[in-house]
Design a protein around this ligand. Structure first.
Ligand SMILES: Cc1cc2nc3c(=O)[nH]c(=O)nc-3n(C[C@H](O)[C@H](O)[C@H](O)COP(=O)(O)OP(=O)(O)OC[C@H]3O[C@@H](n4cnc5c(N)ncnc54)[C@H](O)[C@@H]3O)c2cc1C
Length: 414
């Protein structure tokens, strides 16, 4: 294996670490260049650490979200955190001459992330990481380019791609007839086709709108008895200072819970059962309120689920739990994600076996540390330990500051 180029040590090391002939190439490697990875890289770099962020910037947002999508999160909760708070969405729009909109279009957010990445300069490498191995107290990473690199710490900020939830009932259908919202199929290719959208969350409902508007015949099939909308109690948002006491600006979770969710370090100390209750309540299936009117002429079947699905030539035959049948050209699964870190292809089983887990989520301590010294997780995998804010871009501020302060305080223990 070649060693990666350009890793000469010209920067300060973490306190408590020592250099020597066996010193690793880097202090910290971040895997993933989405909002969490870019933000963590910017904060760590500002402390003078030798850091490298691997991955194609904003790849998930640019290639896996449907064109025409609007961000569900409010503007203030869509800033990617940087150490000077200068690289905000507002700042990007101002320098790019873009008129700020109440709801941020996907394309603007992707370009914002790509603008944000420029502060990382040579710390960003678009190569993917293929494997991590632990060699005593350091990590060796193999890269898709064929090179390898060593580092004292690894921060996994690799998103939710491998965690797609696909109900087993569709397992035997022709693969081209069933896709997950994550597959990022072009909505326009469904014009004139019939599509069953499974699910009742934001992904499912927004995809149903976009498909319908693109000329597909759409039916939403959802288990829950009636569709839910985020912000179902608008009056609670209009009570001035009282609303501020009930909701944080991130707007993750219902009244009261929203305030607690905004304090991930407090959440971490709640019993797991209470944390789980608040987490599942905060991110239960619901659509943004502006989707309701756009779905007015779309067929919605709630309280129903598919019990069997079979490919019949160009079409799929679906049987529902009430005995009714449907014939459609395509099934789009808006069935969400289930975190399971063993599905990250770059984590070999011997390493995941060492990570203490809570049903697929890593059990994390302060500084987002896992039970493997020097191995950290950010974003969705951190949500079981730190609460649901970590599922959203709004969590980048807490995550990057907490991680960086931990890295600066604590040398890696073997
Ligand atoms: C339909 C939908 C709508 C959403 N809307 C919102 C919203 O409005 N507001 C909000 O805050 N959140 C929203 N989210 C949640 C959103 O996914 C997260 O907020 C955000 O993407 C988390 O950032 P991240 O950096 O953890 O993950 P990602 O954005 O997924 O970034 C991780 C990156 O890591 C890369 N990667 C993976 N493996 C490797 C590897 N081996 N080597 C190198 N790179 C790798 C991936 O390619 C990916 O680009 C939405 C999610 C979905 C599915």
């Amino acid at each position: 294996m070649n060693k990666v180029a350009g890793t000469s040590r010209n920067v300060m090391l973490s306190p408590g670490n020592t250099t020597g002939p066996n010193s690793p190439d880097l202090d910290v490697v971040v895997i993933g260049a989405g909002p969490y990875g870019l933000s963590a890289g910017a904060h760590l770099q500002a402390k003078g650490l030798a850091v490298r962020v691997f991955g194609e910037p904003m790849e998930f947002w640019a290639t896996k979200m449907p064109a025409g999508m609007l961000l569900r999160s409010p503007r203030i909760a869509s800033n990617i955190s940087d150490p000077t708070a200068a690289f905000t969405l507002d700042a990007y729009e101002a320098v790019s001459g873009i008129e700020p909109k109440k709801r941020t279009p996907l394309e603007t957010f992707v370009e914002y992330g790509r603008w944000f990445q420029h502060q990382l300069e040579s710390c960003l490498d678009k190569t993917s990481v293929t494997t991590i191995r632990k060699e005593n107290s350091i990590f060796r990473l193999e890269l898709q380019s064929g090179q390898s690199i060593t580092t004292r710490r690894v921060v996994v900020a690799a998103g939710i791609g491998p965690f797609q939830r696909k109900p087993g009932v569709f397992a035997r259908c022709a693969p081209q007839q069933v896709s997950h919202c994550y597959d990022g199929r072009k909505i326009a290719e469904f014009r004139g086709k019939s599509v069953a959208v499974i699910g009742a969350g934001q992904s499912a409902l927004e995809s149903a709108c976009l498909l319908h508007e693109a000329g597909a015949q759409v039916e939403v099939i959802a288990r829950i008895p009636t569709l839910r909308w985020i912000g179902m109690h608008p009056r609670l948002h209009q009570l001035g200072p009282i609303s501020k006491m009930l909701y944080s600006s991130h707007d993750v979770g219902p009244a009261g819970v929203s305030r607690l969710v905004a304090w991930p370090n407090l959440m971490r100390h709640f019993p797991l059962s209470l944390r789980d209750k608040m987490r599942t309540r905060a991110v239960r299936s619901a659509g943004a309120p502006w989707l309701g009117p756009r779905l007015a002429s779309v067929k919605i079947s709630t309280g129903r689920f598919v019990v069997s699905a079979e490919s019949k030539g160009e079409e799929l035959q679906l049987k529902l739990d009430d005995g009714s049948e449907r014939r459609v050209h395509h099934v789009l699964l808006g069935t969400g994600y289930q975190v399971d870190i063993s599905r990250y292809g770059f984590l070999p089983p011997e390493l995941t076996g060492e990570i203490r887990q809570l049903d697929g989520y890593p059990d994390l301590g302060s500084g987002f540390t896992s039970s493997v010294p020097g191995l950290h997780f950010l974003g969705a995998p951190a949500a079981r330990s730190f609460g649901p804010l970590l599922y959203f871009v709004a969590g980048t501020d807490f995550a990057s500051k907490e991680l960086t302060s931990h890295v600066m305080r604590q040398p890696v223990k073997s």
